[in-house]
Design a protein around this ligand. Structure first.
Ligand SMILES: NC(=O)C1=CN([C@@H]2O[C@H](COP(=O)(O)OP(=O)(O)OC[C@H]3O[C@@H](n4cnc5c(N)ncnc54)[C@H](OP(=O)(O)O)[C@@H]3O)[C@@H](O)[C@H]2O)C=CC1
Ligand SMILES: O=C(O)[C@@H]1CCC=N1
Length: 274
C-alpha cells in the first residue's frame, strides 16, 4: 500500500508513541503528513527535532484531516482525550488504540458516529523495526481499515491480527515481553560478572546470545525445546545450568509473570470501563 498520502496523527508521543511514529515513517508515511502531540512543549520539540514531523500541544488541531489517529496516552487518560477530539475526527479516520486493557467498544462508545477503531498491542522494539504487534478490529473497522493500519505498522516489525479476546494474553507475552527479556539479559550478564567476567564482556556475550538464539528459532522455525536439546550434551555443562534454572523455578515464574500481566490488563479494563 502506498502511504505517501496518508495523514497520521499521533496523540501522546511518549515511549510507545515515538516507537510507532518511527515505524510509520519507516513504512513510508511522509514526515510532512504526520502531526504528533504531547502535553509538554519540550517533549514535542524533541520529537520534532528527531523525526522532522509537525507537532502541536493541541489534540483537536492534530486530528483534523487525519486518516489514521493513533492514541498512545496512558489508559487512564484515554477517556478525556476521546471526548475532546471526537467531534473533530473525519468520519473515515481510523482510530488506533495502543492502550493496554481498553476495549475497542470503550473507544466506540466515546466517539460519535461509527468510527472505525483498531486495537493494537505493540512493543518497544518497534522503535528499530523489530517489534511485535497484536491487532484486533472493532465493530466498524473494515478489511481496508485493518490493511491501512497494518501498512502503517509495517515499519515497526511483525504484526498479527488476533481476536480481541486474545489482546490481554498477547500483551502479557509480547507487549510486556521486552521487559522480561531485558530482565534476563541483565541477570545473565550479572551472572557472568559473578563468575569473574568484566561487565562489558559479560553484557556483550549475553546480548549477542539472546539475539542469535531468537534469530535461530525465527529463521529455522525449530521448536525451542529441540534447539535447546542440541545445546545440551549428555553429561556436559549445559544440562547442569538448565537443572539450576529448573530448581530456581524459572519456567513457573514465566507462567506466573504472563498470568499476572494478563490479569492486570483485565483489571485496568475493569477499573476504567466499569
Ligand atoms: N511502553 C510500552 O512498552 C507499551 C505501552 N503501551 C501503551 O502505550 C500507551 C503509552 O504508554 P507509554 O508510551 O509507555 O507512556 P508514556 O508516559 O511514555 O507516554 C505517554 C505520553 O502521552 C502524553 N500525554 C498524556 N496525556 C496527553 C494528552 N491529553 N494529550 C497529548 N499527550 C498526552 C504524555 O505527554 P507528557 O510526557 O508531555 O506528559 C506522554 O508523552 C499506554 O496506553 C500503554 O498501555 C502498549 C504497549 C507497550
Ligand atoms: O506496562 C504496561 O502497562 C504497558 C503495556 C504493555 C507494556 N507496557
Amino acid at each position: 500500500m502506498n502511504l505517501d498520502q496518508t495523514r497520521l496523527a499521533l496523540l501522546g508521543t511518549g515511549n510507545m508513541g515515538e516507537a510507532v511514529l518511527a515505524g510509520a515513517l519507516r513504512a513510508g508515511v511522509a514526515p510532512a503528513n504526520v502531526v504528533a502531540t504531547s502535553r509538554r512543549a519540550e517533549r514535542v520539540a524533541e520529537v520534532a527535532a528527531r523525526h522532522g514531523v509537525r507537532t502541536t500541544l493541541d489534540n483537536v488541531e492534530a486530528v483534523r484531516d487525519a486518516d489514521v489517529v493513533v492514541v498512545a496516552v496512558k489508559p487512564k487518560d484515554v477517556g478525556a482525550l476521546l471526548t475532546s477530539v471526537g467531534d473533530a475526527l473525519a468520519p473515515h479516520a481510523v482510530v488506533v488504540s495502543v492502550a493496554a486493557g481498553l476495549s475497542a467498544a470503550f473507544f466506540e462508545g466515546r466517539l460519535p458516529g461509527r468510527q472505525p477503531v483498531v486495537r493494537v498491542m505493540p512493543n518497544t522494539p518497534a522503535a528499530i523495526g523489530a517489534g511485535m504487534s497484536a491487532v484486533s478490529r472493532g465493530t466498524h473497522a473494515t478489511d481496508d481499515d485493518v490493511a491501512l493500519v497494518l501498512a502503517v505498522l509495517e515499519g515497526t516489525g511483525d504484526a498479527v491480527e488476533v481476536p480481541e479476546a486474545y489482546q490481554a494474553a498477547s500483551g502479557a507475552v509480547a507487549g510486556s515481553g521486552p521487559a522480561y527479556m531485558f530482565y534476563v539479559l541483565d541477570a545473565l550478564a550479572e551472572a557472568g560478572v559473578a563468575v569473574g567476567l568484566s561487565r562489558d564482556l559479560a553484557s556483550r556475550l549475553a546480548v549477542q546470545t539472546m539475539l542469535g538464539s531468537a534469530r535461530l528459532i525465527a529463521e529455522t522455525g525449530e521448536h525451542p525445546a529441540l534447539a535447546r536439546e542440541r545445546v545440551t550434551s549428555p553429561g556436559g555443562t549445559t544440562v547442569q545450568g538448565l537443572r539450576a534454572l529448573d530448581e530456581g523455578g524459572v519456567r513457573a515464574a514465566f507462567i506466573a509473570a504472563v498470568e499476572a500481566a494478563r490479569d492486570r490488563t483485565n483489571e485496568i479494563a475493569a477499573e476504567l470501563e466499569g
